[in-house]
Design a protein around this ligand. Structure first.
Ligand SMILES: N[C@@H](CCC(=O)N[C@@H](CS)C(=O)NCC(=O)O)C(=O)O
Length: 290
Protein backbone atom coordinates (compact mmCIF):
# COMPACT_ATOMS: atom_id res chain seq x y z
CA UNK A 1 0.00 0.00 0.00
CA UNK A 2 1.41 3.42 -0.87
CA UNK A 3 2.11 6.03 1.78
CA UNK A 4 -0.52 8.36 0.32
CA UNK A 5 -3.40 5.90 0.72
CA UNK A 6 -2.52 5.46 4.42
CA UNK A 7 -2.58 9.15 5.15
CA UNK A 8 -5.49 10.36 7.25
CA UNK A 9 -5.69 14.15 7.17
CA UNK A 10 -5.79 15.75 10.62
CA UNK A 11 -8.68 18.09 11.51
CA UNK A 12 -6.51 21.14 10.90
CA UNK A 13 -3.52 21.14 8.55
CA UNK A 14 -0.30 22.57 9.90
CA UNK A 15 3.12 23.18 8.37
CA UNK A 16 5.20 20.87 10.53
CA UNK A 17 7.37 19.02 8.02
CA UNK A 18 8.94 19.60 4.60
CA UNK A 19 6.60 18.53 1.80
CA UNK A 20 9.36 16.56 0.03
CA UNK A 21 10.06 16.47 -3.69
CA UNK A 22 11.84 18.96 -5.88
CA UNK A 23 11.19 22.60 -4.92
CA UNK A 24 10.26 21.61 -1.34
CA UNK A 25 12.76 24.19 -0.11
CA UNK A 26 10.83 27.09 -1.65
CA UNK A 27 7.32 25.92 -0.83
CA UNK A 28 5.67 27.55 2.16
CA UNK A 29 2.07 28.32 3.14
CA UNK A 30 2.53 32.05 3.67
CA UNK A 31 3.05 34.97 1.30
CA UNK A 32 5.13 38.11 1.62
CA UNK A 33 8.87 38.79 1.62
CA UNK A 34 11.38 36.75 3.58
CA UNK A 35 14.22 39.25 3.25
CA UNK A 36 15.02 42.80 2.16
CA UNK A 37 16.46 43.06 -1.32
CA UNK A 38 16.04 45.81 -3.89
CA UNK A 39 15.70 44.87 -7.53
CA UNK A 40 18.28 46.07 -10.04
CA UNK A 41 17.13 48.59 -12.67
CA UNK A 42 18.76 48.85 -16.09
CA UNK A 43 18.65 51.51 -18.79
CA UNK A 44 15.71 50.30 -20.87
CA UNK A 45 12.04 51.28 -20.54
CA UNK A 46 11.01 47.74 -19.64
CA UNK A 47 12.51 45.85 -16.73
CA UNK A 48 11.76 42.13 -16.68
CA UNK A 49 12.47 39.93 -13.66
CA UNK A 50 12.26 36.34 -14.79
CA UNK A 51 13.64 32.88 -15.50
CA UNK A 52 13.31 30.81 -18.70
CA UNK A 53 10.60 28.47 -17.44
CA UNK A 54 7.64 28.15 -19.82
CA UNK A 55 5.91 31.06 -18.06
CA UNK A 56 9.02 33.19 -18.34
CA UNK A 57 9.57 32.33 -22.02
CA UNK A 58 6.14 33.62 -23.01
CA UNK A 59 7.21 37.16 -22.17
CA UNK A 60 10.71 37.09 -23.63
CA UNK A 61 9.31 35.64 -26.87
CA UNK A 62 6.77 38.49 -26.98
CA UNK A 63 9.43 41.13 -26.33
CA UNK A 64 11.71 39.70 -29.00
CA UNK A 65 8.79 39.56 -31.46
CA UNK A 66 7.95 43.21 -30.74
CA UNK A 67 11.56 44.22 -31.28
CA UNK A 68 11.64 42.21 -34.52
CA UNK A 69 8.62 44.23 -35.68
CA UNK A 70 10.58 47.41 -35.02
CA UNK A 71 9.04 48.53 -31.71
CA UNK A 72 12.08 50.12 -30.12
CA UNK A 73 10.05 50.94 -27.01
CA UNK A 74 10.05 47.23 -26.29
CA UNK A 75 13.77 47.29 -25.46
CA UNK A 76 14.22 45.53 -22.16
CA UNK A 77 16.56 44.43 -19.44
CA UNK A 78 15.91 40.83 -18.42
CA UNK A 79 17.18 40.18 -14.91
CA UNK A 80 17.62 36.67 -13.62
CA UNK A 81 15.44 35.57 -10.71
CA UNK A 82 16.76 32.33 -9.23
CA UNK A 83 13.59 30.83 -7.81
CA UNK A 84 15.48 27.83 -6.40
CA UNK A 85 17.44 30.28 -4.24
CA UNK A 86 14.30 32.13 -3.11
CA UNK A 87 14.95 35.39 -5.02
CA UNK A 88 11.18 35.70 -5.56
CA UNK A 89 10.76 36.30 -1.83
CA UNK A 90 12.97 39.41 -1.75
CA UNK A 91 11.14 42.63 -0.80
CA UNK A 92 11.82 44.27 -4.17
CA UNK A 93 10.42 41.35 -6.13
CA UNK A 94 7.36 41.05 -3.90
CA UNK A 95 6.67 44.74 -4.54
CA UNK A 96 6.46 43.96 -8.27
CA UNK A 97 4.61 40.68 -7.81
CA UNK A 98 2.89 40.07 -4.47
CA UNK A 99 2.40 36.47 -5.63
CA UNK A 100 6.21 35.85 -5.62
CA UNK A 101 6.37 34.15 -9.00
CA UNK A 102 8.18 34.93 -12.21
CA UNK A 103 7.65 36.60 -14.66
CA UNK A 104 7.20 40.15 -13.36
CA UNK A 105 7.49 43.34 -15.40
CA UNK A 106 8.07 46.98 -14.52
CA UNK A 107 7.25 49.47 -17.25
CA UNK A 108 9.38 52.52 -16.50
CA UNK A 109 8.67 54.32 -19.78
CA UNK A 110 6.20 56.80 -18.22
CA UNK A 111 6.31 59.23 -15.30
CA UNK A 112 5.03 56.58 -12.88
CA UNK A 113 6.35 53.03 -13.12
CA UNK A 114 3.67 50.44 -13.83
CA UNK A 115 4.00 46.93 -12.44
CA UNK A 116 2.49 43.95 -14.24
CA UNK A 117 2.48 40.37 -12.99
CA UNK A 118 0.94 37.11 -14.26
CA UNK A 119 2.31 36.13 -17.66
CA UNK A 120 -1.09 36.40 -19.36
CA UNK A 121 -1.59 39.94 -18.04
CA UNK A 122 1.93 40.87 -19.19
CA UNK A 123 1.22 39.59 -22.72
CA UNK A 124 -2.04 41.57 -22.92
CA UNK A 125 -0.36 44.68 -21.48
CA UNK A 126 2.44 44.56 -24.04
CA UNK A 127 0.08 43.72 -26.91
CA UNK A 128 -2.10 46.73 -26.06
CA UNK A 129 0.85 49.03 -25.43
CA UNK A 130 2.36 48.33 -28.84
CA UNK A 131 -0.80 47.47 -30.78
CA UNK A 132 0.55 44.10 -31.90
CA UNK A 133 -0.24 40.37 -31.73
CA UNK A 134 -3.76 40.93 -30.32
CA UNK A 135 -6.47 41.44 -32.94
CA UNK A 136 -8.60 44.56 -32.53
CA UNK A 137 -11.74 43.29 -34.25
CA UNK A 138 -14.22 41.84 -31.72
CA UNK A 139 -14.44 38.26 -33.04
CA UNK A 140 -10.71 37.54 -33.56
CA UNK A 141 -9.89 39.38 -30.32
CA UNK A 142 -12.34 37.22 -28.37
CA UNK A 143 -10.85 34.09 -29.95
CA UNK A 144 -7.32 35.16 -29.06
CA UNK A 145 -8.19 36.04 -25.45
CA UNK A 146 -10.20 32.85 -25.06
CA UNK A 147 -7.19 30.73 -26.00
CA UNK A 148 -4.89 32.84 -23.84
CA UNK A 149 -7.17 32.26 -20.84
CA UNK A 150 -7.42 28.59 -21.81
CA UNK A 151 -3.65 28.37 -21.48
CA UNK A 152 -3.58 30.17 -18.13
CA UNK A 153 -6.25 27.84 -16.76
CA UNK A 154 -4.96 24.62 -18.32
CA UNK A 155 -1.19 24.74 -17.79
CA UNK A 156 -1.40 24.30 -13.99
CA UNK A 157 -2.81 20.81 -14.71
CA UNK A 158 0.19 20.16 -16.93
CA UNK A 159 2.86 21.66 -14.66
CA UNK A 160 1.50 21.57 -11.12
CA UNK A 161 -0.49 18.40 -11.75
CA UNK A 162 1.12 16.08 -14.29
CA UNK A 163 4.68 17.44 -14.19
CA UNK A 164 4.76 17.52 -10.42
CA UNK A 165 3.52 13.98 -9.85
CA UNK A 166 5.33 12.42 -12.85
CA UNK A 167 8.72 14.06 -12.38
CA UNK A 168 9.09 15.87 -9.05
CA UNK A 169 7.05 14.21 -6.29
CA UNK A 170 9.07 12.12 -3.83
CA UNK A 171 6.94 9.02 -4.56
CA UNK A 172 5.18 7.90 -7.74
CA UNK A 173 1.46 7.90 -7.02
CA UNK A 174 -0.40 6.00 -9.75
CA UNK A 175 -3.73 7.67 -9.06
CA UNK A 176 -2.27 11.18 -9.39
CA UNK A 177 -0.19 10.38 -12.49
CA UNK A 178 -3.15 8.71 -14.20
CA UNK A 179 -5.49 11.55 -13.39
CA UNK A 180 -3.22 14.26 -14.74
CA UNK A 181 -1.86 12.25 -17.72
CA UNK A 182 -5.47 11.81 -18.81
CA UNK A 183 -6.15 15.53 -18.52
CA UNK A 184 -2.93 16.56 -20.30
CA UNK A 185 -3.65 14.20 -23.19
CA UNK A 186 -7.14 15.65 -23.40
CA UNK A 187 -5.63 19.15 -23.55
CA UNK A 188 -3.21 18.08 -26.29
CA UNK A 189 -6.19 16.74 -28.23
CA UNK A 190 -8.05 20.04 -27.76
CA UNK A 191 -5.07 21.81 -29.33
CA UNK A 192 -4.60 19.21 -32.07
CA UNK A 193 -8.23 19.55 -33.18
CA UNK A 194 -8.04 23.34 -33.08
CA UNK A 195 -4.83 23.37 -35.11
CA UNK A 196 -6.37 21.03 -37.69
CA UNK A 197 -8.82 23.79 -38.57
CA UNK A 198 -6.60 26.83 -38.02
CA UNK A 199 -3.02 27.68 -38.97
CA UNK A 200 -2.34 29.44 -35.68
CA UNK A 201 -4.17 29.04 -32.40
CA UNK A 202 -6.46 32.04 -32.72
CA UNK A 203 -6.92 31.96 -36.50
CA UNK A 204 -4.86 32.89 -39.52
CA UNK A 205 -2.48 35.19 -37.68
CA UNK A 206 0.17 34.70 -35.04
CA UNK A 207 -0.89 36.15 -31.68
CA UNK A 208 -0.13 36.21 -27.98
CA UNK A 209 -2.22 33.03 -27.69
CA UNK A 210 0.48 31.16 -29.66
CA UNK A 211 3.22 32.75 -27.55
CA UNK A 212 1.49 31.66 -24.33
CA UNK A 213 0.69 28.11 -25.41
CA UNK A 214 3.94 27.30 -27.24
CA UNK A 215 6.39 27.15 -24.30
CA UNK A 216 4.09 24.73 -22.45
CA UNK A 217 2.40 22.53 -25.04
CA UNK A 218 4.91 23.07 -27.85
CA UNK A 219 7.62 22.27 -25.30
CA UNK A 220 5.79 19.12 -24.24
CA UNK A 221 5.35 18.07 -27.87
CA UNK A 222 9.05 18.63 -28.57
CA UNK A 223 10.07 16.54 -25.54
CA UNK A 224 11.46 19.37 -23.42
CA UNK A 225 9.18 18.94 -20.41
CA UNK A 226 9.38 16.33 -17.65
CA UNK A 227 11.00 13.65 -19.87
CA UNK A 228 7.43 12.63 -20.70
CA UNK A 229 7.32 12.65 -24.52
CA UNK A 230 7.16 8.87 -24.88
CA UNK A 231 4.88 8.37 -21.87
CA UNK A 232 2.33 10.79 -23.35
CA UNK A 233 2.88 9.67 -26.99
CA UNK A 234 3.31 13.28 -28.03
CA UNK A 235 4.23 12.35 -31.62
CA UNK A 236 0.58 11.42 -32.18
CA UNK A 237 -0.47 15.06 -31.99
CA UNK A 238 0.46 15.87 -35.59
CA UNK A 239 -1.04 19.34 -35.75
CA UNK A 240 0.58 20.36 -32.49
CA UNK A 241 3.89 19.13 -33.93
CA UNK A 242 3.33 21.11 -37.17
CA UNK A 243 2.52 24.27 -35.27
CA UNK A 244 5.41 23.88 -32.78
CA UNK A 245 7.88 23.42 -35.67
CA UNK A 246 6.48 26.51 -37.39
CA UNK A 247 6.95 28.64 -34.28
CA UNK A 248 10.40 27.21 -33.64
CA UNK A 249 11.47 28.52 -37.03
CA UNK A 250 10.87 32.10 -35.91
CA UNK A 251 14.10 33.90 -34.97
CA UNK A 252 12.35 35.83 -32.18
CA UNK A 253 11.09 32.58 -30.66
CA UNK A 254 14.62 31.17 -30.80
CA UNK A 255 15.95 34.26 -29.04
CA UNK A 256 13.14 34.52 -26.50
CA UNK A 257 13.59 30.90 -25.42
CA UNK A 258 17.16 31.38 -24.24
CA UNK A 259 16.80 34.60 -22.24
CA UNK A 260 17.22 33.95 -18.48
CA UNK A 261 17.94 30.28 -19.19
CA UNK A 262 20.28 28.63 -16.69
CA UNK A 263 20.25 25.02 -17.87
CA UNK A 264 20.96 23.09 -21.05
CA UNK A 265 23.65 23.67 -23.64
CA UNK A 266 25.87 26.67 -22.76
CA UNK A 267 25.07 28.22 -26.18
CA UNK A 268 21.38 28.16 -25.22
CA UNK A 269 21.84 30.05 -21.97
CA UNK A 270 21.71 33.83 -21.90
CA UNK A 271 21.51 34.43 -18.16
CA UNK A 272 20.65 38.11 -18.51
CA UNK A 273 19.75 40.20 -21.50
CA UNK A 274 20.49 43.92 -21.53
CA UNK A 275 21.19 44.49 -25.21
CA UNK A 276 20.25 42.86 -28.51
CA UNK A 277 23.96 42.14 -29.07
CA UNK A 278 24.02 39.95 -25.96
CA UNK A 279 22.71 37.02 -28.02
CA UNK A 280 25.98 37.06 -29.98
CA UNK A 281 28.39 37.76 -27.17
CA UNK A 282 26.99 36.80 -23.76
CA UNK A 283 25.67 33.25 -24.00
CA UNK A 284 27.43 30.87 -21.62
CA UNK A 285 29.54 29.25 -24.36
CA UNK A 286 30.97 32.72 -25.10
CA UNK A 287 31.59 33.92 -21.55
CA UNK A 288 32.31 30.57 -19.91
CA UNK A 289 30.13 28.59 -17.55
CA UNK A 290 29.83 30.31 -14.18
N1 LIG B 1 0.18 32.08 -13.23
C1 LIG B 1 1.54 32.54 -13.12
C2 LIG B 1 2.41 31.38 -12.76
C3 LIG B 1 3.84 31.79 -12.58
C4 LIG B 1 4.67 30.66 -11.97
O1 LIG B 1 4.14 29.62 -11.56
N2 LIG B 1 5.99 30.89 -11.91
C5 LIG B 1 6.86 29.89 -11.31
C6 LIG B 1 7.93 29.49 -12.31
S1 LIG B 1 7.20 28.86 -13.78
C7 LIG B 1 7.56 30.48 -10.10
O2 LIG B 1 7.96 31.62 -10.11
N3 LIG B 1 7.69 29.70 -9.03
C8 LIG B 1 8.34 30.12 -7.85
C9 LIG B 1 7.61 29.74 -6.61
O3 LIG B 1 6.55 29.10 -6.73
O4 LIG B 1 8.07 30.08 -5.51
C10 LIG B 1 1.97 33.18 -14.45
O5 LIG B 1 1.54 32.68 -15.48
O6 LIG B 1 2.72 34.17 -14.43
Amino acid sequence: MSESSEYVPPKVWSWNKPSGGRFANINRPIAGPTHDKDLPVGRHPLQLYSLATPNGQKVTIMLEELLALGHRGAEYDAWLVKIGDGDQFGSGFVAVNPNSKIPALMDRSGPTPIRVFESGAILIYLAEKFGAFLPTEAGPRAECLSWLMWQMGSAPYLGGGFGHFYAYAPTKIEYAIDRFAMEVKRQLDVLDRRLAESEYIAGSSYTIADMAIFPWYGGLAKGWLYGAAEFLSVQEYKQVQRWADMLLDRPAVKRGRIVNRVSGEPASQLHERHDSGDFDTKTQDKIGVR
